[in-house]
Design a protein around this ligand. Structure first.
Ligand SMILES: [Zn+2]
Length: 65
């Protein structure tokens, strides 16, 4: 019987045709892998922080003599 380590938890699993969680040991590990993959593709490349509009408000230095 062929045994392969689960890519997620490294548990040795029997490599059988009827094992539909291959190459993972369980559905759980399969979902973990899928989840990681999704997270990876969902990652948005660093959006620039929004800079609040700065009004170049010049304090009127009304030098009035
Ligand atoms: Zn596993």
């Amino acid at each position: 019987m062929t045994k392969v380590p689960c890519p997620i938890c490294k548990t040795l699993v029997n490599w059988e045709k009827q094992t539909d969680t291959r190459p993972f040991c369980s559905q759980r590990c399969r979902l973990i892998d899928l989840g990681e993959w999704l997270n990876e593709s969902r990652r948005i490349p660093g959006e620039p922080a929004q800079i609040p509009d700065r009004n170049p408000h010049e304090d009127g230095g009304c030098s009035h003599d």
